[in-house]
Design a protein around this ligand. Structure first.
Ligand SMILES: NC(=O)c1ccc[n+]([C@@H]2O[C@H](COP(=O)([O-])OP(=O)(O)OC[C@H]3O[C@@H](n4cnc5c(N)ncnc54)[C@H](O)[C@@H]3O)[C@@H](O)[C@H]2O)c1
Length: 336
């Protein structure tokens, strides 16, 4: 029987040794052609990947191939059974199109939790203090510049929208700051996972939170989940933190809510049209901005790569993905 092949798209930076070790049971191929969607499609058409069973891709490699949408998925070789994605968010993969082609998809949850929750807390504290103002004043020899007093996290009500892996780590950290926690999720968590957080309706979360942290995945039904109407329902002086996905929120509506003072400040790691950032956010000193660096630590990047490689090994050797995406693992609709 011929050996299966595994295809790498994009860079593997922190676990090259472990990638090479997959060579003990499979042929390793790396997409090196003209680094574009057209170049990738050309390589597929040439037949070079006709023995590829599993592939490695990442949120970063989307800049090379474009999204794994229905069009691209329809052109993948018929040998391909597993897409092992490096990223906790996989909104750049059309999972339904994969399922209908009997392709299983994995992502990298858990590995991302700590680093992303750390950044959410960093942004929340920064937003509570409107930290950008003193932060930039000192470097332009203005000492505190136009700084005003901020707020303590203690005794504030933190609302978490999407109490998944990252949301729960945000809650754990916020408890240490003396915050009260409430959350809304697709389904209520067990008491062990809730850790005392109060489960409330979406409407109550929006209306009563002092700080709102967006931690839910981007799906068709969550695009624009926070828009003009929701900002209108919020408490005056609310603080918004978004480390999940920019498209969850109507950025224009956020800019207006910041300008009107409805929103005291915001801490953002993600944007609607990355890498483009709304000019109204760039111009507003009350906003803390980071360029999507939630998982940008050496430990987390390595752990994410390793989890992808573990998924590949398990898939090729045993036909099982370790962290298959929930749309496929819970529906049981995929037959291999
Ligand atoms: N800033 C970064 O660098 C960075 C890093 C990792 C992940 N992320 C983003 O954070 C998101 C969350 O990651 P995670 O690992 O915690 O994922 P997760 O799957 O563990 O949690 C997502 C949660 O969202 C909830 N959810 C989905 N649809 C919902 C809806 N309609 N209403 C309410 N809740 C809903 C789910 O029930 C789940 O609890 C990812 O999807 C990803 O886009 C960003």
């Amino acid at each position: 029987m011929s050996r299966p092949a595994i295809l790498q798209i994009g860079d593997i930076v922190h676990s090259q040794k472990e990638w090479s070790e997959l060579g003990s049971f499979a042929d390793l191929k790396v997409f090196k052609g003209s680094k574009s969607r057209a170049g990738f499609l050309k390589e597929i058409e040439s037949g070079s990947y006709n023995d590829v069973v599993a592939l490695y891709r990442s949120n970063e490699s989307t800049t090379i191939t474009g999204p794994f949408d229905a069009e691209l998925i329809s052109k993948l070789p018929s040998s391909l059974k597993y897409i092992c994605h490096n990223g906790a968010g996989y909104d750049n993969i059309d999972v339904a199109a994969c399922t209908s082609r009997n392709i299983s998809v994995s992502s990298t949850p858990i590995a991302v939790n700590n680093a992303t929750a750390d950044i959410a807390i960093f942004l929340m504290l920064g937003a509570l203090r409107r930290i950008h103002i003193p932060y930039s004043a000192i470097r332009s020899s203005k000492w505190r510049g136009n700084s005003q007093l901020g707020y303590d996290p203690q005794n504030k009500l933190l609302g978490i929208l999407g109490m998944g892996g990252i949301g729960r780590e945000v809650a754990a950290r916020a408890r240490a700051f003396g915050m009260k926690i409430q959350y809304y999720n697709r389904s209520r968590l067990s008491p062990e996972l809730e850790q005392g957080a109060k489960y409330v309706s979406f409407e109550e979360l929006i209306k009563t939170s002092d700080v709102l942290s967006l931690n839910c995945s981007l799906r068709k039904e969550t695009v624009g989940i926070i828009g003009k109407k929701e900002f209108g329902m919020m408490k005056d002086g609310v603080i918004i933190v978004n480390t999940a996905r920019g498209k969850l929120m109507d950025e224009e509506a956020l800019v207006q809510a910041l300008e009107s003072g409805k929103v005291f400040s915001a801490g953002l790691d993600v944007y609607e049209k990355e890498p483009k950032v709304h000019q109204g956010l760039l111009d507003n000193p009350n906003v803390v901005l980071l360029p999507h660096i939630g998982t940008a630590t050496k430990e987390t990047q390595r752990n994410m790569e390793l989890l992808v490689l573990e998924n590949i090994e398990s898939a090729v050797k045993k036909g099982i993905l370790i962290t298959q995406v929930s749309e496929q693992s819970s529906s049981g609709s995929i037959k291999l």
